[in-house]
Design a protein around this ligand. Structure first.
Ligand code: SF4
Length: 213
């Protein structure tokens, strides 16, 4: 694709999903940190069903730091990997209290120093809480679409992210994850992509290979 093609590609998807936003429910920065941790290997829908009870029980970061680990495990059990997630949530809360004065930090370096927060989660937190589009959160949808379309041949999320950052103008970085998530849920569905109705099929390597074969 040429530079202009990348812009056309992202504009077509933006027009298709004008309401694409983060689908995790949260009211405070730390609630998003928790929701993002819970969303690993779990749907946002399930996370959103789990967090109201959790956030009613733990209203502050201190509450998360002090809650009994078994109680926390029970509260987040529906989201899977609950032992590991509970351990990380508690430790992360303690780190924020001890190292950042109780405020969720707002740099990539500081965020990724927290337990359970990798680059993908940090990108989501930076964008949704602080409005900073430093990179692109590469989740399962972004990874699949980037590979199918031919935006990146890489398999590791961090390398795919670098390819996407190079390909798209900076002003679109904030939109890419949301748009790819919505496209992945609605059209470029993992097991059965609806290529015929896809607005960006002319740019897609996967589609063009199917047409030729
Ligand atoms: S053409 Fe098919 S494979 Fe390519 S992005 Fe669209 S839905 Fe996905």
């Amino acid at each position: 694709m040429k530079k202009q093609d990348y812009i056309t590609f992202i504009k077509l998807l933006k027009n298709c999903y004008p309401d694409a936003t983060c689908s995790l429910d949260f009211e405070t920065p730390f609630q998003l940190v928790v929701a993002v941790m819970l969303s690993a290997q779990c749907t946002d829908e399930r996370v959103n069903k789990t967090t109201p009870t959790l956030f009613a029980r733990c209203k502050t970061i201190q509450d998360f730091a002090n809650i009994d680990i078994r109680e926390l495990e029970n509260l987040i059990h529906p989201c899977g990997f609950y032992k590991n997630k509970a351990k990380n949530i508690k430790l992360c809360a303690k780190q924020i209290l001890e190292n950042f004065g109780g405020e969720v930090p707002h740099t990539m370096e500081e965020l990724t120093s927290l337990a359970g927060v990798g680059r993908k989660s940090a990108n989501v937190i930076l964008l949704e809480v602080f409005g900073i589009a430093e990179g692109i959160a590469v989740d399962t949808h972004a990874k699949r679409i980037a590979n199918l379309v031919g935006l990146s041949k890489q398999k590791e999320p961090e390398k795919i992210e670098q390819d996407l950052i190079k390909a798209f103008p900076k002003e679109y970085l904030k939109d890419i994850n949301h748009i790819f998530v919505w496209h992945g849920r609605n059209t470029c569905i993992a097991r059965k992509p609806k290529c015929e109705s896809c607005v960006v099929k002319q740019f897609c390597n996967y589609y063009n290979r199917q047409v030729k074969s």
